[in-house]
Design a protein around this ligand. Sequence first.
Ligand code: PLP
Length: 458
Amino acid sequence: MTPPRNSNAVRDIANVLHPYTDHRAHAVNGPLVISRGEGVRVFDDQGKEYIEAMAGLWCASLGFDNKRLVDAAYRQMQKLPFYHGFTAKSHEPMIDLAEMLIERAPVPMSKVFFANSGSEANDTAVKMIWYANNAMGRPDKKKIIGRLKGYHGITIASGSITGLPANHKMFDLPVSDRFIHVSTPHHYHGANPGESEEDFATRLAEELDQVIQREGPETVAAFFAEPAMGAGGVIVPPATYFEKVQAVLKKHDVLFVADEVICGFGRTGSYWGSQTFGITPDILVCAKALSASFLPISAVMVNDRVFQALADGSATIGTWGHGFTYSGHPVPAAVAVETLKIYDEMDIVGHAKRVGGHMQKTLRARFADHPLVGEIRGIGLVAAMELVADKATHRNFDPGAKVGPRLAKLAEGEGVIMRAMVNDSMGFSPPLIITEAEVDEMIARVGRALDALTVQLR
Ligand code: PLP
């Protein structure tokens, strides 16, 4: 049946240029239009209910309704709907939020800069590092190391640090040879036969060391890493990886930027992913769960060494020429302050650890032996289930077969929204408020979709 001309689907196809979408396929298949939300569930414009297994984009930490956050936004809009931080202006929500983040930081941090998205925050971190090294009198120390399959956003600089082909191909990224990538710390695909996690980690740290030596340590400024990789397929690093990587970085005076855009605020079972993996970052970037994604806001925390360099540089010029109109916007900042209060009150870390443990255990119990499932990995409330063509050799399906996207579509039919990432890795990153019973329901629905896929592939 052709949809009516005024339907959401028809109007969408006619007018919307979608992020992360195959535009030609979209013109045929159309959108899934989500109309409202309730707890961990969303409802489409036909009234069908779905458990949101990805919390939208790893971000709706408190689910899809929360009166306290709505009230916080409303109160702030009535009191002061806009102000900014340029030329030393300020306002209370920005001050409160900066103070709360400094108090909660995993290592001593000096100052917080606000932006609107993870990409902007990572671009800001790159510019801070370049500026700081100029101010410190080492203008050649500018190269940035990312990792293949790392995800740091899609702007010119953050997209250059990202290590995923779809973000580079035809976009002319990385933008310059200042951006370098090292190997993905994924034991399942990257380790040699019989290589332990520890030995694999040693090999990766040696590779990093060799890359820095090759480029010249005096030219390498920073290493960007997600504590656990998200969009690259939820890759939890092998044991001892960050300990060994940080020793190499220290030796060459290379800054560590922890991209906590997904991992921050309890996702991995600690407040920060940096704590879960023993990382001591010089710069920490966060977003998404910072405001439970009710409004856009991101933050860049810098330690005192970085701040002093920025301050010295700005004093020579008379300003630090960086900032967005909406940096620290009072309404998202007020919502973020309320979000952090809610996290404290509900013991978000304890909850994520407990329910995350249940999710990890149940996913493995239910799917590990399934013939299509190669690896189930994750930590806390983030996980991936990787589908493979050959369980013994870890061989993936031909990407053209779109096995992962097919499972995602079948899951939609069963009432669960999940995401197919590279190598048909199916992501789980539900709202942090999810209960054990809701986890069970989500996994049961995915199980029915996987059964249907198995029949299709026979
Ligand atoms: N960094 C990480 C780890 C992310 O997962 C993302 C988005 O998913 C980003 C940065 C980019 O954030 P945004 O999409 O808000 O620009």
